[in-house]
Ligand binder design. Sequence first.
Ligand code: AMP
Length: 119
Amino acid sequence: MSEETIFTKIIKGEIPSKQVYHDDLVTAFEDINPKAKHHILIVTNKPIPTVSDVEQEDEQLMGHLFIVARKIAEQLGVAKSGYRLIVNCGKDGCQEVPHIHMHFLAGGNLGLGGFPENK
Ligand code: AMP
């Protein structure tokens, strides 16, 4: 079993967060250090450390991250105007929290590639 992460504590409600979505598989909440007008983290309830640890049995869970991203885009009214999804992996990917999460960024033109410079 993986070590408990800060995201596990958020999912359990032990650390406060601005939650925007929750179901049996994933929890989504606002990033504490937003890089865009809307910056949400979509986190797997199962504490898988990185994409490199994903197993075949996680296939549906990984697909579900995209389904929830689509729902959040609809909630925020950016489904048509657009948004960016980012998954950092490991040291060189600058992943800070070893618990799989998808960054959802939206709100105005985000520029080319990566995280926008300014929110
Ligand atoms: P990553 O570098 O892909 O692992 O991203 C981790 C993200 O988690 C960063 O964007 C942080 O700002 C965010 N973060 C860290 N702690 C918290 C927290 N307590 N609540 C919300 N977001 C957090």
